[in-house]
Design a protein around this ligand. Structure first.
Ligand code: FMN
Length: 182
């Protein structure tokens, strides 16, 4: 797949099955995640990889958070099983640091670029993925369980795996409809 085709055909895949990215594919994905615009070269990110037993641990973290937040049994069961929607979840954490020239928003955007680049890399490798967040991305209990520091933010749960079905290509939007000349 050439780069232009990749850029013009990327789409999310919510139905993901094993196998997860293998070791060499994961290396490409992570390396793509750090080959992104990064003002000041701060590398303001961390990637927490959950697969196998790690997915159950993430489910337990979600379960504990929703339970302590007063969720009913149905919501507890849903939270526990959410990470099992793919054979791998990469939790993309933005770790903005105080900097005279690089405001926090730029560091958050850089971590967002990482998430996108990793999804693109998975796509280029013939895999599928979807970028999710939801309330649990912003939940302090989840942050604590993942040993995040104050100020860290989860910008995405990137679900990765093999596409369960080859989804038809979505129709393309025209970018020029959102553009104007000055
Ligand atoms: C920051 C961010 C958070 C998102 N969170 C969710 C989410 O929690 N659940 C979801 O179904 N889609 C979420 N999405 C949207 C999907 O990743 C996806 O873009 C959308 O389903 C459209 O599909 P497409 O990527 O094929 O155009 C999020 C996207 C972004 C950029």
């Amino acid at each position: 797949m050439d780069a232009t085709e990749l850029l013009l055909t990327r789409q999310s895949c919510p139905r993901l099955i094993a196998p997860a990215p293998d070791e060499s594919q994961l290396k490409v994905i992570l390396d793509a995640g750090v080959r992104v615009p990064d003002h000041g070269g701060l590398s303001p990110w961390e990637f927490i990889i959950a697969q196998g037993e790690g997915l159950n641990r993430l489910g337990d973290i979600f379960l504990q958070a929703v339970t302590e937040n007063g969720a009913d049994e149905a919501k507890q069961a849903k939270a526990k099983s959410m990470p099992l929607r793919a054979p791998m979840v990469i939790i993309v954490v933005a770790k903005p640091q105080p900097h005279g020239k690089v405001p926090e928003i730029e560091q958050l955007i850089a971590a967002g670029c990482s998430t996108m680049a990793m999804q693109q890399a998975a796509f280029a490798l013939g895999l599928g993925g979807i970028w999710r967040t939801g309330d649990l991305a912003f939940d302090k209990r989840v942050h604590q369980s993942l040993d995040l520091s104050a100020g860290d933010q989860i910008v995405g749960f990137l679900y990765l795996g093999t596409q369960a079905v080859k989804a038809p290509l979505k129709s393309a939007k025209s970018g020029s409809e959102f553009a104007r000349y000055l």
